[in-house]
Write a protein that binds this ligand. Structure first.
Ligand SMILES: [Mg+2]
Length: 367
């Protein structure tokens, strides 16, 4: 590709440079018309999942190889071009430039306890060897789940004493329900609760109520953060104490670092149901979080252990936590996995067309 499209120096020198300009960005307007001039290889994959998640049992993803390595472009299929284009910006960055220098060589991940019967919690937790932070799904049926949610928390406390506990309500409470639930949850020592209510203004109301009542539970924004301007809005409204950030929706590692810095809030890096290639970009972001985004000690446990949700992943071995941590570094897909997981021809056509439309959007829209 033309070197002029890459900020902060030519591609060829980006790899060897020790220090990197954190703000280095791709000059989208200078990109060639055909993405194949930048990506030497493009693969469309269909990954079977262990269990239904986000309403799907198969995750489709496009992987692209650029001058710096492989990257992932996997906006969910229902996303329209403007939103999906941000995911492409992230893929371009990862395929064409090296991530900012990491502060650490491994990042911790959290275990996830689904809305399972409390009696199954110990068995699920045991799958996460070395993990010190767990996230428990709550509010599956709103307040009707409250007694079982508490039993699940207690079961985890017994199974993993000393582990840090987070809750995730996925926005399922009303403001009034959240008040009741959070009062109940306040007897547990929690790291935070993600998205007790869906609307960001409601989130601010709940957080103010938590403060007034002295409940001592931090509020994290997850679903409220889908694009670069969202963390700033969350911060401006005082809607959360912590933001959950994902590389692809925010447009790349550097864009994410910029919005995290501008929000002034602590950040926890998570995945958007990425393959191992996309997860490695999340690891790169977590490993380069500035001290202001991770008050306290070390990198907060990341939601990047999601390769376990795939029956088969693109890398061999997949990027899975060992001893509770993921290594920092690029991931290259295995050739036999690219063949075995190749999507059907009609889906390849659909994704190739989507890539071109998002590419054209990036080249022609002001950023
Ligand atoms: Mg969440």
């Amino acid at each position: 590709m033309g070197d002029s499209a890459i900020g902060g120096g030519a591609v060829a020198t980006t790899r060897s440079r020790k220090s990197h300009t954190p703000g280095a960005n791709i000059a989208f307007a200078a990109l060639p018309a055909d993405p194949r001039e930048v990506f030497s290889r493009i693969a469309v994959l269909s990954l079977p999942m262990v269990t239904r998640f986000r309403g799907i049992t198969t995750r489709e993803a496009m992987l692209v190889e650029g001058p710096a390595g492989w990257a992932e472009f996997s906006p969910f299929v229902e996303y329209a071009v403007p939103e999906a284009s941000r995911w492409l910006a992230a893929a371009l960055e990862h395929a064409c430039t090296e991530p900012p220098p990491p502060q650490v060589d491994a990042v911790p991940v959290n275990g996830t306890i689904p809305a399972c019967p409390p009696g199954s919690v110990a068995e699920v937790a045991a799958r996460y060897s070395g993990v010190c932070t767990f996230k428990i799904k709550v509010a599956e049926h709103g307040l009707d789940s409250l007694a079982e949610d508490c039993a699940r928390i207690e079961a985890l406390r017994t199974a993993a004493p000393g582990a840090q506990v987070r809750l995730d309500a996925n926005g399922r409470y009303t403001v009034a329900e959240a008040r009741t639930a959070l009062r109940t949850f306040s007897r547990f020592e929690l790291d935070y609760i993600e998205q007790p209510v869906m609307d960001v203004e409601d989130l601010a109301r709940v957080r103010a109520d938590v403060d007034r009542a002295g409940l001592g539970i931090r509020i994290a924004a997850d679903e409220s953060i889908r694009k670069a301007s969202d963390p700033l809005r969350v911060a401006a409204l005082g809607a959360a104490d912590v933001i959950i950030v994902k590389v692809q929706p925010l447009g790349g590692v550097r864009a994410a670092l910029n919005v995290i810095g501008a929000s002034g809030l602590p950040a926890v890096v998570s995945s958007a149901l990425d393959t191992s290639v996309g997860l490695s970009a999340g690891v790169a972001l977590a490993a380069s979080l500035p001290a202001s985004a991770r008050p306290g000690e070390g990198i907060p446990a990341c939601g990047l252990g999601t390769s376990a949700l795939f029956r088969s992943d693109v890398a061999d071995p997949p990027l899975r936590a060992a001893g509770g941590v993921l290594p920092v570094g690029r991931v290259t897909p295995a050739e036999e996995r690219l063949s075995a997981l190749a999507a059907a021809p009609d889906r390849v056509r659909w994704w190739t067309d989507r890539l071109q439309r998002c590419w054209d959007h990036l080249r022609t829209s002001p950023h």
